[in-house]
Design a protein around this ligand. Structure first.
Ligand SMILES: Nc1nc2c(ncn2[C@@H]2O[C@H](COP(=O)(O)OP(=O)(O)OP(=O)(O)O)[C@@H](O)[C@H]2O)c(=O)[nH]1
Length: 529
């Protein structure tokens, strides 16, 4: 992490010590790349700081193109950079090992449970709401610190989130000043205000003071936990993939370099002829298409793709030296989503690719997620599993676990469907809280879940799932008359095997074994005769 920050500072120094527009663009690229890195490490507060710095730099890009920025502009950017560097330094010194590249494979230890500090600031720290919130957060692996209104935030603290739980929805000047003090002391944290009034004015006031997320008063503690768990899973499961269709080797190298700097995976083909095969195998999230190529041009290739249901909505961005506006409009009318003129501005290219993919993903998300848990639904989970396995080499491992809550029917019968739903949600949260962002978690059916863990041995995966099993067994589920406990069984299987469906089938058999052998246990397919 520190070396990336050094690169960023080095680029900034190059610019301020007499560099030109190229150095400024390099600096902006480095900020964006750092934001992507923090996103992968699930550090949303640092992502926010990077994004603020990137926006400030982009706003000055045009000015920087003409000459060195005026001294006060440089000083303003320098302040933002210093805040970012200071926050990273505070984080590194506080948590030397915990935050090491957590997207890398946890090969040595099973202790990859994501502990994160959450501060709750409230005049009613001992109140029922805060107590409940605290209990649940602790259960899901967060370190909670309850703070009264008189506590002053200590600079350098690095909580993942600070939750303000006011006694009444109105914040008042004193409350806003307090929020600003926390914002200054914990620049990397996400600030939540619970109980915001449903009106624009007060919410804008809260956001100006530094609040990131305002949650309406009527939202229950359980939903707040869901939002915080989402924070630690900000990363997409699989890196965004871009297919570059471009016949110029120089342009291809430049494009791929820019994409790599922004954390995108990319593949390039020089000729659209094998396009359909490559799409099927690589499954990109976006295509960057050159306009003029031998044999077919980009528009013709795009028109073919738009005839095929699977590719009707994949974003296609044209890259071309074509400046004729009429021609550009025609190209867009025939199926393209955007037109970028070569030579392209790398910052703009990355921003266009990123926003197009995010919109595309957002549109897909509602059809891919399960309404009750927010996890991937059955078909999306299967399709992610397939692409996970397609992307894995022979040496890579992907372990799949099928998890099923025991005697769930009797929970519904005894306590009612809504309580049953809450049990399903509880298990979903536990899986989200305990597993890495790179792991796939899906709701496979009613009370059945699928989990796929890349880059981990079957033994370690078993230990992890078994630990979650133990935790789930001790999770109290409340009902109007008190609380009860329940368990799950899991069957596991490991890739490399023939196919995604084969690994699912063997995991399913192992799950049946776990049920047959008494439930509340984890069985592995490889242990079967
Ligand atoms: N509350 C609730 N119940 C669901 C949902 N989806 C499925 N179910 C119920 O889950 C129950 C699953 O029961 P079974 O498949 O018989 O299995 P089980 O009782 O868990 O028993 P074992 O799996 O053998 O331990 C059925 O009664 C379904 O109606 C849901 O979204 N919410």
């Amino acid at each position: 992490m520190a070396s990336r920050v050094q690169v960023l500072c080095g680029r900034w120094d190059c610019y301020v010590n007499g560099g030109g527009v190229e150095q400024f663009v390099e600096f902006t690229l480095a900020v964006n790349s750092l934001a992507e890195h923090f996103n992968r490490l699930r550090l949303p507060g640092l992502v926010r700081l990077c994004q603020g710095l990137e926006s400030a730099a982009l706003a000055r890009l045009e000015e920087a193109t003409c000459s060195l920025l005026p001294a006060q502009e440089i000083a303003a950017l320098q302040r933002q950079l210093d805040t970012l560097v200071g926050s990273v330094a505070a984080l590194c010194s506080e948590t030397p090992d915990r935050r090491s590249e957590c997207h890398e494979a946890p090969t040595q230890t099973v202790d990859w449970v994501k502990r994160r500090a959450v501060w709750i600031v409230s005049s009613e720290a001992g109140g029922e709401y805060c107590e409940g919130l605290q209990k649940q957060l602790r259960f899901f692996g967060f370190e909670v610190c309850l703070l009264g209104l008189d506590n002053c935030p200590q600079p350098g603290g690095s909580p993942l989130a600070v939750l303000f739980v006011p006694a009444q929805p109105e914040c008042g000047d004193e409350g806003l000043a307090r929020i600003s003090a926390y914002r200054a002391a914990c620049p990397a944290a996400q600030l939540f205000y619970i109980g915001g009034a449903a009106a624009i004015d007060p919410v804008v006031g809260l956001m100006r003071a530094g609040v990131d997320i305002v949650i309406p008063a009527e939202v229950q503690a359980a939903m707040v936990i869901d939002r915080i768990l989402d924070l630690v899973r900000t990363e997409e499961r699989i890196k965004h993939k871009v297919l570059v269709v471009e016949d110029s080797r120089v342009a291809t190298a430049l494009i791929r370099r820019t994409l790599a700097e922004h954390g995108f995976d990319s593949r390039a083909i020089a000729d659209p002829e094998p396009l359909l095969d490559v799409l099927k195998e690589y499954r990109p999230d976006l295509i960057l298409m050159d306009m003029h190529m031998p044999r077919f041009n980009g528009v013709e290739a795009t028109r073919v793709l738009r005839q095929i249901p699977d590719y009707q909505s994949i974003p296609i961005v044209y890259l071309s030296g074509e400046t004729d506006v009429g021609m550009q409009v025609e190209a867009l009318r025939l199926g393209g989503d955007q037109f970028l003129v070569k030579p392209f501005n790398p910052v703009l290219l990355a921003a266009v690719v990123k926003t197009k993919i995010e919109r595309f993903r957002e549109a897909q998300r509602s059809s891919q997620t399960d309404g009750l848990t927010g996890l991937l639904n059955h078909s999306a989970a299967k399709s992610y599993l397939k692409s996970m396995m397609n992307g894995a080499s022979d040496q890579d491992r992907v372990v799949v676990a099928m998890i099923d809550i025991d005697h769930f029917k009797s929970i519904n019968d005894t306590y009612g469907h809504p309580v049953g739903d809450q049990v399903i949600r509880g298990l979903a949260w536990l899986l989200k809280a305990r597993l890495r962002a790179t792991d796939l978690i899906g709701r496979y059916g009613g009370e059945e879940f699928i989990v796929a863990l890349p880059d981990v041995s079957l033994e370690m995966a078993r230990t992890i799932i078994d630990r979650i099993r133990g935790d789930f067994a001790s999770l109290p589920h409340s009902h109007p008359g008190g609380a009860f406990y329940t368990t799950f069984s899991a069957g596991m299987s490991a890739f490399p095997v023939v196919s995604a469906s084969a690994v699912l089938e063997t995991a399913d058999h192992a799950l049946l074994d776990a049920k047959r052998l008494g439930r509340n246990r984890v069985e592995c397919a490889s242990e079967r005769p």
